[in-house]
Each structure stands twice: as C-alpha cells, then as structure tokens.
Ligand binder design. Structure first.
Ligand SMILES: [Zn+2]
Length: 314
C-alpha cells in the first residue's frame, strides 16, 4: 500500500493574504530554481497554482490513481493567531477537511490543524475527533509557541488517550509579515516534547528539512515514538546528482530504520517541482546502484504509515 502522509487542499478562503503575499515569493523562487524559469510571483499564483484549486479533492483522487497512491493524509495549517483569521476560519477549515475526507472515505484521512493556544481548541478537537472522525493532529509551532511549552500539553495528552499521531512541522518556513518563527520548528524542541509523552506518536514533517535532518533523524533514533516524513525532499531529489540523494536515503534508513520513515509530498508546492507519480517512482524504480530491500521500500511507501495510522489490517 502507498500512503502520502502529508498533503494540503487548495481551496479559496483557506489562506490569509498576509501569508500568501510573502510565501509566494519563496515558493516562486524554489519553482524557478528547480525549472530554470523566470515566472513572476503574480503569474505563479495565477497561472501555476490557480488551476489546482480543488475544493472537493476529486482531482487529487485522480492524481493519486494515476500515481498508484492508495491513501493520503490531508490537513490545513492553523496560521490564524499569527496572520489573522482566513475567510474560512481554522475550525471551519478542519470541518471542511473532514467533509472532503468523508466524500472519499477510503482514500483520504483528515488530521485536525490546531494552534493549541486558541480559545476553545480542546472542545473543538473533541468534536472533530469524536463526531467528524479526524485521525490525527497537525501543529505548526512556527506561528509562535515552543513545542515543549505547557500550552501544548493537552494536545499530547489527547493524542496519547485517543491513540492518534501528531504531525509536526519541522524545518524552514517562507517569507511572511509577520514572520514565522523558525526556531520554534527545530526538531530538538519537538524531541523534548516527544520524550515527555512516550505514548504519543510524533511525525516530524519534512524530516527536519535540509538543515535539521540530522536532528530529526537523531530524534527518530533515540525515541520510539518519533517518525519522519519525506515531504519537501523532492527538490533535493530533482537537483542533486542521483547517487547523492540515494546515499542520503540509505543513510537515514541505516540510522533510523525504514520503520521510522514515511513517504509524503506536502502538495501542492513540491508537486509543482516533482509530480506525484515521479516522486513515487523515485522509490519504486530507483535509478541507482545503492541497494534497498523490497521490505525497506514497502515500509517507506506505506508500511510505516499503516502502523502509525492504525491501518494494519487494510
Ligand atoms: Zn505541509
């Protein structure tokens, strides 16, 4: 089974103007550097991103079918306390994700994106979990709290009690005004939280990104409840000589084990640099002499996620 554990919907009204005006400068820079193009930020938004607007996720299902992806975990990001509320507020965005996942029940798995400091957040998440069937949490501490701050403890307690994972952003963040706080997304801080709550499974999104991957892998080596996802690594895959990418993959498998590593995209933006089907093939049909066992690849592509998501019998 192939599972993408990290994807966002592209829906009007879910992203704040304050965020997107800064973020598009970062995303268009990455896009242009990958493709050797000179697309302007405005054209990037209008011509490259806009065609992907897909509020029902019907196009995502088509894309998954073509790439051979069985299931995808979807979630919003709760930026509201930093940038102001989007047209669709954070709680309503979670409901939207739950509804879209219900529309494609056996294919999409919804997580609740929450800033733990929000008034009413616990009550909202109880409803999202019990009534809407949401299957995990998503935290982006870059909005301004430390991962091991007591404000987060209720999330870790509920994740332990409900036996659902917590997807946490680790790594860089785009330009924005006000700025996202990079230091809050360091894997080391989430490792401290994970050590404090051994019953909760933590998925370190982006495997720490290009500066902190060793820190993320170090956490996965030390802590039984820490996992990493490989979203955002499409760009190194595209830009590095292939042996370097596969040696890196071999190294993290040797250090942490394939049972700690999960295939992921963070679509949409990384998919604009490396389409979903190509990213799947990077693992299935590897252009390298560096060896991986079938078991390792099966774990990375879906086996590890099946276990963490409680889908072993599917
Ligand atoms: Zn993401």
């Amino acid at each position: 089974m192939i599972i993408d554990v990290h994807r966002h919907l592209i829906v009007k009204g879910t992203v704040q103007g304050h965020y997107i005006r800064g973020a598009q400068k970062s995303f268009v820079m990455m896009y242009n550097k990958t493709h050797g193009t000179h697309v302007s930020p405005r054209d990037f938004t209008e011509k490259v991103v806009r065609p992907w607007i897909d509020p029902t996720a019907d196009n995502i299902i088509e894309e998954m079918d073509a790439a051979g992806v069985d299931k995808t975990v979807i979630f919003a990001v709760d930026y509201g306390l930093l940038f102001g509320e989007a047209a669709i507020n954070a709680f309503d965005q979670n409901k939207l994700y739950a509804d879209v996942a219900k529309r494609h029940e056996d294919r999409l798995i919804p997580f609740m994106a929450i800033d733990p400091r929000r008034p009413g957040a616990l009550k909202h998440c109880e409803q999202a979990y019990h009534e809407w069937g949401m299957k995990g949490f998503k935290l982006h501490a870059g909005v301004g709290y430390m991962p091991d701050d007591p404000c987060c403890y209720w999330v870790y307690e509920k994740a332990s009690e409900w036996n659902i994972p917590i997807m946490v952003h680790t790594g860089g963040a785009p330009s924005s005004t006000p700025a996202l706080r990079w230091e809050c997304s360091r894997p080391a801080y989430f490792a401290t939280a994970a050590a404090r709550y051994p019953e909760a499974d933590f998925i370190f999104a982006h495997c720490g990104d290009i500066a902190w991957w060793q820190e993320a892998i170090q956490a996965a080596v030390w802590l039984p409840n820490v996992y990493v996802d490989l979203s955002l690594w499409q760009k190194p895959y595209k830009k590095w000589p292939k042996p370097r990418f596969y040696q890196w993959l071999r190294d993290i498998v040797d250090l942490a084990g394939a049972d700690k590593i999960m295939f992921a995209t963070d679509a949409l933006y990384p998919n604009l640099m490396c389409p979903l089907a190509e990213w799947v093939q990077a693992f299935k049909n590897r252009d390298t002499d560096i060896e991986f066992s079938d078991e390792e690849i099966d774990l990375i592509l879906g086996g590890t996620a099946q276990k963490v998501l409680g889908l072993e019998n599917e």
